[in-house]
Write a protein that binds this ligand. Structure first.
Ligand code: PEP
Ligand code: MG
Length: 862
């Protein structure tokens, strides 16, 4: 405990000449939101940073862009030169002092190159802060005026109120393991203590940091990166927890963990299956009476779609629709049901052509259920017994839900969602009413609901919808996927307290950090708005820059391509700077029809896509269909395990007539040379040889002189292990990390319970990729990645380091991906790739990747 006599007000002098500016104007939510501490920022005119007070230098990273002083009384003062300057890695900074040195107020600490920072940093604003949690607070500050070095800048004083002091904690030097570290005690303010969700949040927050952090409570100690260990602490609200942190970013880590533990108003619930999964026919959709929620409350949820949003709450009560049980005669109700179903069918069919591939999948699922003979029959028999059309439809749907729920298979959750959605659509059509609850959105609406159905989301005016906050739901639900595809930030599993938010309440949705701030105050909202403007400007700049070819900072060409599945996606890809298409999934042409598409039909489709790409390479993958996506005209033998059955090239070789047609269609696309052929699910060279023979046959039939490139997908462990012999037969490799991961880890890629563990950055998967890339390089073959990992920014440096030269990603991520690649050097990529291969878990690899990818936008790494 500090000696009380030392806890006196303390004057901080200006460390830098310039204009003193409110902290909220800093273009970074961490500083603007005072997450690291309170103070102000200086817009510098000078280029030498001096000490703001007497003290010892307790943090001074190698990048020399920030320095923390601890005063004798224990106040920690951070001076951070510019924003996002950590990425300069010391360039432009000259240190005049050393870590551990004692300095006096006004002493020269760092000199920096103001011109270089003006060009390379996000902002020159230099925050000067009293660090959150050190027991001191700002009592006076000099803002909005010109200041010179040594002028009075701030007065700080100890946090006087005893309760407040215990919440802010006390910190002393401590030993963690063998290293000197940080120690601090805080009182848990989380409504339900450290349960699953906050525990997960803590470990997630630490993923981007290197510090070792331990939490102790009730004589138990837990590694803060382990969710299970944290839960086992049994820490409840009001319990005192000790945080110990050591390592390079110990202070940042400790502050981040302390902020999470002391956040008030955290939602209850957490973990477990969503209410949708649990609901059966007898359980109506829940409603919560709105009760005002305290301003400043922070709720924690699961990230469904990343982003930041500021807006007003629009609660959406998913009311159970009233339906009269008794009908007005069998023939009347039968035709009513038919009318309602056909209205829904027409609407879905009309929406299908312009829908994105994700939305189209959902529409297809709804259409299939709408035509389900069992559902229709069971509704009709209820009508025959005297029920109304609406009542009969609901009972039929709920009966199916009950049957699906009884299977206990979590994969059925999506089907249950689809059924509920369809129930509502048909009931609305039968009632003749539009879904009034969601027709009129105010500008910047943040929808707050227990649940949201995909059809409701699609029906909303997306131009007015700023964000989505759901009490229930999962990160892989249809609504989550749709929201991500629409670019709308969304959090799910926020818990039922979210329903207490009143209409019109100001909300700050931080769907990058998993937090919802309720009525957070004008300053925070203004800072978030500025952050949004900056992001929009950054995105616009990235989109513009994306039109240029992509090279790493040291000149290595990396082709950034797009995966597409429709004309709309090809157009979006071209707009976002795709340098070609690395994967055209041709399945979209073959599904949901009575007969296969003819050669001419296919050729016309491919030709249209080639034109949309304006001559850039178009990689067309041959049909990758399997037993899990049955098509009526291709009856396949029943398979117990479709993922291991007739899939990809196996199906094509089993039905060579279909493959022949497809190859001919591809070979006819003009100009020759724009298209490449890609073969899915290859396991050995014999498969490639068989297809090549068919390509040659088709080529001579069509009289096409020019050869066409034939590449293979590396998406089975067999193909990765046999890559050397496969490279001798294939013109290029494209690594399908989705399947490669599921087959390597023996985890179904669609299994919701395994979703969090199915990480393609698992070292086992990376070792296979490394092997394939090396084999390709030995034969001078191109190596692309077209699986989901190519769209993962944290993976880009690692993949490039492993020898990948083409990334084929979802169109929306291309500008950001290109901007990232341009900042990387081949040398650092190779270094991080080598480290990644030596890790023992996907989490550890991800932490490395995140660290490098976020290097220039990681303000916490002070
Ligand atoms: C993959 O498996 O990574 C891949 C790109 O193919 P799909 O996702 O279409 O199976
Ligand atoms: Mg695949």
């Amino acid at each position: 405990m500090r000696p009380i006599e030392k806890l006196r007000p303390l004057v901080l002098v200006a460390p830098l000449a310039g204009w003193s500016t409110p902290l909220a104007e800093t273009p970074d939510p961490v500083f603007a939101g005072r997450m690291l501490g309170d103070g102000l920022a200086i817009d510098p005119t000078g280029f030498t940073l001096h000490a703001a007070c007497d003290g010892e230098i307790i943090a001074f990273p190698e990048s020399r862009h920030a320095i923390t002083l601890r005063t004798e009384a224990g106040a920690d003062i951070l001076m951070h030169v510019g924003i996002d300057t950590v990425g300069l890695a010391g360039e432009g900074f000259e240190a005049h002092v050393k870590l551990g040195q004692r300095v006096t107020a006004g002493q020269r600490l760092i000199t920096f190159d103001l011109d270089l920072l003006a060009r390379r940093a996000k902002s020159l604003l230099t925050p000067v802060l009293v660090m959150e949690g050190c027991g001191f607070t700002v009592v006076r500050r000099v803002e909005n005026r010109e200041i010179g070095v040594g002028d009075v800048l701030m007065e700080i004083a100890p946090v006087e109120e005893a309760g407040q002091r215990s919440e802010f904690g006390q910190r002393e030097s401590a030993e963690v393991g063998n290293e000197t570290g940080e120690r601090r005690r805080v009182r848990v303010a989380l409504e339900h203590g450290i349960h699953a969700r906050p525990a997960a949040h803590i470990s997630r927050v630490l993923k981007g940091l290197a510090a070792e952090v331990r939490l102790s409570a009730h004589d138990r100690t837990a590694n803060a990166r382990s969710t299970v260990a944290l839960m086992k602490l049994g820490a409840h609200r009001g319990d005192e927890v000790e945080i110990r942190a050591s390592g390079t970013d110990a202070v940042t880590a400790m502050n981040a963990v302390a902020a999470l533990l002391t956040a008030v108003g955290e939602a209850s619930g957490g973990g477990g299956s969503s209410p949708t999964q649990q609901r059966t026919a007898d359980q109506p959709v829940r409603q919560h009476a709105p009760m005002e929620m305290r301003a400043g409350t922070i709720l924690s949820g699961v990230i469904a779609s990343r982003g930041l949003a500021v807006g007003q709450a629009v609660p959406l009560g998913l009311r159970e629709m009233d339906v009269a049980p008794n009908g007005a005669g069998v023939s009347h109700e039968t035709s009513e049901l038919e009318r309602a179903r056909s209205q829904v069918r027409s609407r879905l069919e009309a929406a299908r052509p312009s829908a994105s591939s994700t939305a189209r999948e959902i529409i297809e699922a709804h259409l299939a259920l709408l035509e389900d003979p069992e559902l229709a029959e069971s509704a009709l028999s209820l009508i025959a017994g005297g029920a109304s059309a609406g009542y009969a439809w609901r009972q039929a749907v709920r009966g199916s839900i009950e049957a699906l729920s009884a299977l206990g298979d979590p994969r059925m959750a999506e089907r249950v969602d689809d059924l509920l959605d369809l129930e509502r659509q048909v009931l609305l059509a039968a009632s003749g009413n539009p879904d009034v609850a969601i027709q009129e959105l105010p500008q910047d609406a943040i929808l707050v609901a227990d649940e949201l159905l995909p059809s409701q989301l699609v029906a909303l005016d997306a131009t007015r919808l700023a964000g989505i906050c759901l009490a229930a739901g999962g990160a892989t639900s249809h609504v989550a996927i749709l929201a991500a595809a629409m670019g709308i930030p969304a959090l799910v599993a926020l818990g039922p307290t979210v329903q207490r938010i009143m209409a019109g309440t100001a909300l700050l949705l931080d769907a990058d950090g998993g937090l919802l701030h309720v009525d957070p105050g004008a300053e925070r909202l203004a800072a978030a708005r500025r952050q949004l403007e900056l992001r929009a400007a950054q995105r616009a700049a990235e989109c513009e820059a994306a039109q240029r070819d992509c090279y790493t900072a040291d000149g290595q060409r990396i082709e950034v391509f797009a995966n597409i599945g429709s004309l709309a996606e090809a157009q979006a890809a071209a707009r976002n700077g795709a340098e070609g298409c690395g994967l055209l999934r041709t399945e979209f042409l073959f599904l949901d029809r009575e007969t296969p598409p003819s050669e001419a039909e296919q050729q016309a489709e491919y030709q249209q896509l080639a034109a949309a790409l304006a001559g850039k390479p178009l990689t067309i993958r041959t049909l990758d269909i399997g037993g899990d996506k049955p098509i009526a005209y291709l009856p396949m033998p029943t398979e117990e395990n479709p993922a291991l059955g007739l899939r990809g090239v196996r199906t094509s070789l089993w039905r060579p007539d279909l493959l022949r047609q497809q190859l001919r269609a591809i070979l006819s696309v003009r100009p020759y040379g724009q298209c490449r052929i890609l073969l899915p699910m290859i396991t050995d060279v014999a498969e490639i040889r068989s297809v090549r023979a068919m390509v040659e046959e088709a080529r001579s039939d069509l009289g096409r002189g020019e050869a066409i490139e034939v590449g293979v997908m590396i998406e089975t462990p067999a193909s990765a292990l046999m890559a050397d012999s496969i490279a001798a037969e294939a013109d290029f490799f494209s690594i399908g990390t989705n399947d490669l991961t599921q087959y390597t880890l023996a985890m179904d890629r669609g299994h919701p319970e395994l979703a969090a563990r199915l990480d393609a950055l698992h070292p086992a998967v990376l070792r296979l990729i490394a092997r394939a890339a090396e084999a390709a390089q030995n034969r001078k073959r191109r190596v692309a990645v077209c699986g989901g990992l190519a769209s993962d920014l944290a993976a880009a440096p690692i993949l490039i380091g492993l020898g990948v030269h083409e990334l084929s990603a979802v169109p929306s991520v291309l500008p950001e991906l290109k901007a990232l690649v341009r900042k990387l050097t081949l040398k650092e990529c190779a270094h991080v790739a080598r480290q990644a291969l030596e890790q023992s878990s996907a989490e550890a690899v991800r932490a490395l990747g995140v660290h490098l990818a976020a290097r220039d936008s990681e303000p916490q790494s002070v």
